[in-house]
Design a protein around this ligand. Structure first.
Ligand SMILES: C[S@@+](CC[C@H](N)C(=O)[O-])C[C@H]1O[C@@H](n2cnc3c(N)ncnc32)[C@H](O)[C@@H]1O
Length: 236
């Protein structure tokens, strides 16, 4: 690693106060469905995925964790729809975001919007659905959070996240996409290159052995056109 890069790499505390991460211009307002939505980014409507479980078994306990939930708009819309269609069902939706820009306070105990870092937060219990819509682009140790999110997904549950494997770098700055995608696929996850979407319903948590070195917030725009964070690892 060059001395210049070494000097640029940020730890989590520095990264979380960087203007790239604590940025008001990013899109935090996706709804559940429609043009600017979770359904569009994930390739499925998360409400419908969970409602299908309840339609099959009205006594099921249904859990959804959304990491980097932004304003929480999609989750607030899901809360409303669940209250209408399944008023007595056992539903728990948890959204976490680094910044408290939530659009509204939850109306029911079925939704929690928490201000926390994905780097340190852990859920009480695994979920039927774990999502991260355009959040990994801003994290430092992306591989650790990605692995954690797969561990938070209940066996048979669904995991989906936007992910740019080229944002994972070797110490010389080159892309480490190849070994990262190989491990994700070996774990049973699917990577859609065109949509840059990682997903799975029947997988094991990946096992990354690379050592995290730090994050660079000066790499410029990622594939979304917004400034993004590249993450450096030593793959040995
Ligand atoms: C592009 S926005 C997407 C928000 C939401 N998922 C949506 O699609 O509307 C990315 C979000 O990641 C959040 N974020 C960045 N770093 C984070 C961290 N370490 N922990 C939790 N959230 C983080 C930002 O605050 C921002 O709300």
């Amino acid at each position: 690693m060059s001395a210049d890069l070494h000097a640029r790499l940020l730890d989590d505390a520095a990264l979380e106060s960087s203007s790239v991460v604590a940025n008001n211009a990013m899109n935090r307002l996706r709804g559940l469905s429609g043009v600017n939505s979770y359904a569009r980014e994930l390739g499925f409507d998360p409400y419908e995925r969970l409602a299908t479980i309840l339609r099959g078994n009205p006594h099921a306990a249904v859990r959804w964790i959304d990491v980097c939930c932004g304003s929480g708009r999609a989750l607030l819309e899901a809360e409303d729809r669940f209250a209408t269609e399944f008023p007595t069902a056992d539903i728990a939706i948890t959204g976490i975001d680094l910044v408290n820009h939530f659009l509204a306070t939850p109306r029911t105990p079925h939704l929690r919007l928490l201000t926390a870092s994905a780097a340190t937060w852990h859920p009480d219990a695994p979920a039927d659905l774990v999502t991260c819509v355009h959040g990994l682009h801003y994290l430092g140790d992306k591989l650790a959070v990605l692995t954690a999110m797969t561990q938070w997904t209940r066996p048979g549950g669904s995991f989906a996240a936007d992910f740019d494997p080229h944002a994972i770098r070797n110490p010389d700055g080159s892309s480490a996409a190849r070994p990262v995608l190989a491990e994700l696929r070996a774990a049973g996850l699917t990577y859609d290159r065109r949509r840059r979407r990682l997903s799975g319903t029947d997988f094991r948590p990946p096992n990354f052995t690379a050592a995290y070195l730090g994050a660079d917030d000066t790499a410029g725009p990622g594939y979304t056109g917004q400034h993004a964070v590249t993450s450096y690892y030593d793959f040995g």
